[in-house]
Design a protein around this ligand. Sequence first.
Ligand code: ATP
Ligand code: MG
Length: 335
Amino acid sequence: MKRIRLGFANLQVEFVDRESALRLTEEWARRGTGLPKVVYGPEGCGKTAWLLQSVELLKDYGFEVIYVNPLNKVAIAEIGITSLREEFTKLVRGAISQNALGRLTWLAFDMAKELIRATRGRVAILADDVFQVIGVKESAMYVKALLNLIEYPPERYERIVTIAATSEGMSLHEIGRHSWSDTAPMWNMGREGFEQLYEQIPGNKPDFDHAWRLTGGNPRTLERLYERDWNTDEAINSLIKEKGLSHAFIRRWRDHLKEAINDPDYLWFNAPEELINELVERNLIVYFLLERRQGLWIDQPPPERDLELGIGRYVAWQSPLHREAVKMALESVRP
Ligand SMILES: Nc1ncnc2c1ncn2[C@@H]1O[C@H](COP(=O)(O)OP(=O)(O)OP(=O)(O)O)[C@@H](O)[C@H]1O
Ligand SMILES: [Mg+2]
C-alpha cells in the first residue's frame, strides 16, 4: 500500500502509524461491513487521515471507492467507469459552487448506489464529517440509508464497505439510539506513532516529551503549536476563542470546571447534564469512554487513566491543550 502524503500546516507529511486501524480497514475490505461503521473521536485525532489512507488500501483490494467530506468540500471518486466518474465530478463541482454541502453528501450516496448497479462488485463509501453538515436528524437518516444500501441493494454485489467518521458528539447520541450502525471510538495517536509524526517536523521544536505532554498525541494540536511557532499561550488563546469560553460561560460553570481540570471523571459523577452537553458540543471532552479493550477501539485505546494528559476512566479532555484552554479561561475570569 502506498503511504499517502497529507497537508500539515504548511508542510506535507507522510501518513504514519495507525497500524491497527488500517488492519481493521483491511478486515472490512475482506469481509465487508455488516453494518455501517460510525467512527468518532476527538477533533484532530486523525480520523480523516486514516480514512484517506483507507481509500488507498481499499483500492488495492479492488474496491470502487467514494470518499466525501462536505466540510472540507472534497469528494474523491476512485472508480473505474469513466462515464460515471465524469458525471460525479460534474455534479460535485455544481454542488460545491452553490455551497450545497448537504447535496454533496447525498451525491456520494447516490454514486455508491449507482456503482453497485453498474459493477455488482466491491464498493466502498467513506463519509467524513457529514453529520456536522446535515444536522442531527438527517444524520440518522443517512446512516439508515447506508444500511439500506447494504441490506436492500439495487443489485447483488460482492462486498460493501461503509464508514462514517465524526468528531461531533451530539449526532452520535441520536444515531446510537437506533441499531443501524456499529459505532466505535478512535483516540489520539499512541506515543511511538506520534513521535514518527513529530520527527517529520523541521526546525527548532520543543523536545518530544514536552510536545507529548501538551498534545497527548493529538496531531491537530501539534499542528496548532507548530503553526504558532510553539507559542503555547497563543495556541491556548486561539482555542479559548474558538471554543467560545466566554466570561459568562466560565462564571456560570466555574466550580464544576475547576474540579474537572484536575480530574475529568468529576464530570461523570457530579456535573449537571447541561454542562456536559455544552462541553461535548464544543468538542472539549469525550464523554463515556469505553473499556480499554483493543477490539472496542478503532486503533489503540487511550490509557486507563492518565490525569497528566487529562484522561479519566469515563471522561477525557480531547487533548491536554483543550484542558489548558479551560484552565487559562478560569484564571482570567474573576469570581
Ligand atoms: N497518521 C497520521 N500521519 C500523519 N499525519 C497525520 C496522521 N493523522 C493525522 N495527521 C495530520 O494531523 C492533522 C489532523 O488530522 P485529521 O484532520 O485527520 O483529524 P480529524 O480527526 O479528521 O479531525 P476533525 O475531527 O477536525 O475532522 C492533519 O493535518 C493530518 O494531516
Ligand atoms: Mg476530519
